[in-house]
Design a protein around this ligand. Structure first.
Ligand code: MV4
Length: 449
């Protein structure tokens, strides 16, 4: 096992990783920008290194500074958390070239999944069902039009270098096609420096369901069931659940087994998430994330498995601590993302937390890096914490969540907590009846007016 790990991240996820390290008896190195000198991850780590000014491009994304911090402290491995450099294949290669283990999959696997055309081709080869679409890149507008006729309108044109909703254009009819195609390529070139695009049939009312996997890097893998992340606004997840209210045990086992086998055959190492659209009882692969995800705690809640511990074990060559037959799904879990934002407008609300009282009790987990008196800096994303509630079934989970939202007090800044107080009283939410468009439609009803 490693003696010392450097955590190349900040906020609640840096704390999350630090806690796993402590429980494994591993010393921790925090890194921070000058804006984060008083952050909790810095306080709780065994050592810390200031790696630059507030701007992420000069600190948390600064590869030479991170490599230097590893060398200075003698860290044997780097955990990238999520965001920042977590899916940067070059970062994984560079740290390993300096004799430091990257806690995550190989640079090759990160690179494949970062290229959405290559990812889809790989998924299909491994037996994962994919959205009906073009066979790879669509090189000309004539090919785009011809292809759209064969699958039928509406179609979606997606940037190969995009993902997470960036670089997508809809064509509803042949009249839209030429413009959508040209705009998609132009925007992809400008945003990613790569104008390769591919096409898919547009699914109109799917859910977003993702399967959590763990690979041992040696041909072994397990799945840990799914998360339903359909409640999103502008491609930002707001509320996630495990299990999905839309699946039964049989469909869970079926898609889970497909994903575990694919990941095993790929020789994948560590944690990964295979994202699907789910409509009319069918799964359609869209992307694979090669990192730990924000919403991983709901999977931990229903399985009792520490995903960060498993990531570290695999990176250290210790293998997974679980086999598929050990994994059971117990009860139901929901995560609410608490952002420092106005709940009605989503305008960021950085500033000082003057009073802080998180909820507690049985089945309650709050992952957060904030504390009373802490000043949220304006330079980073607005996630300040996650409320994760577990119950023996979905009804108990929802009742417990309502109780936690009543208890939660964060003063001095605005947060998204009031939005969750609206959602918990909504009938569609109570019934688990929502798709990827539900939340934006709900917000159009102006629930705060
Ligand atoms: C789609 C789609 C409908 N049909 N692909 C958006 C994020 C990116 N990961 C894929 N996305 C979508 N791909 C086809 N063929 C609809 C979306 C989509 C979406 C997906 C998941 C969660 C929220 C979403 C919101 C709008 C669009």
């Amino acid at each position: 096992m490693f003696n010392k790990i450097l955590i190349a991240n900040r906020g609640e996820i840096a704390l999350r990783v630090l806690r796993a390290c402590k429980e494994l008896g591993i010393r921790t190195v925090a890194v921070h920008s000058t804006a984060d000198a008083d952050a909790m991850h810095v306080r709780l780590a065994d050592e810390s290194v200031c790696i630059g000014p507030p701007k992420a491009s000069e600190s948390y994304l600064n590869i030479p500074q991170l490599v230097a911090a590893c060398e200075i402290t003698g860290a044997e491995a780097v955990h990238p958390g999520y965001g920042f450099l977590s899916e940067n294949a070059r970062f994984a290669e560079i740290v390993e070239a300096h004799g430091v283990k990257f806690i995550g999959p190989s640079a090759e696997h990160i690179r494949i999944m970062g290229d959405k055309i290559e990812a889809k081709r790989t998924a299909q080869r491994l037996g994962i069902p994919v959205v009906p679409g073009s066979d790879g890149a669509v090189e000309t507008v004539e090919a785009a039009a011809e292809f759209a006729e064969t699958i039928g309108y509406p179609v979606l044109i997606k940037a190969s270098a995009g993902g997470g909703g960036r670089g997508m254009k809809v064509a509803k009819s042949p009249d839209d096609l030429a413009e959508a195609y040209a705009t998609a390529r132009g925007e992809a070139k400008a945003a990613f420096g790569d104008d390769a695009v591919y096409m898919e049939k547009l699914l109109l009312t799917p859910r977003h369901i993702e399967v959590q996997v763990l690979g041992d890097g040696k041909g072994g893998a397990v799945h840990l069931g799914e998360r339903d992340c359909s409640l999103q606004r502008r491609h930002q997840k707001v509320w996630e659940e495990a299990n999905s209210p839309a699946l039964n045990a049989e469909s869970r086992e079926k898609i889970g087994a497909i994903c575990a086998k694919a990941v095993a055959d790929l020789g994948y190492a560590g944690a990964g998430t295979i994202e699907f659209l789910y409509e009319n009882g069918e799964f359609y692969f869209i992307e694979m994330n090669t990192r730990l995800q924000v919403e991983h705690p709901i999977t931990e809640a229903i399985t009792g498995i520490d995903l960060v511990v498993e990531q570290i074990r695999v990176a250290a060559g210790a293998g997974l601590s679980v086999k598929q037959s050990d994994i059971e799904f117990k009860g139901h879990a929901i995560e609410c993302r608490i952002n420092a934002e106005n709940a009605a407008t989503f305008t960021p609300s950085p500033g000082q937390i003057t009073y802080y009282h998180p909820p507690g009790g049985l089945g309650v987990r709050v992952d957060s890096g904030v504390y009373q008196g802490y000043r949220i800096p304006p330079y980073y994303d607005s996630l300040i914490g996650k409320l994760i509630v577990h119950g023996r079934n979905r009804v108990e989970c929802l009742m417990r969540l309502r109780r936690c939202l009543d208890e939660f007090v964060v003063d001095g800044i605005e947060t998204t907590i009031p939005l969750f107080r609206k959602l918990i009283d909504n009938q569609d939410i109570a019934n688990g009846m929502y798709d990827i468009h539900w939340l934006e439609k709900f917000l159009e009803t102006r629930p705060f007016d």
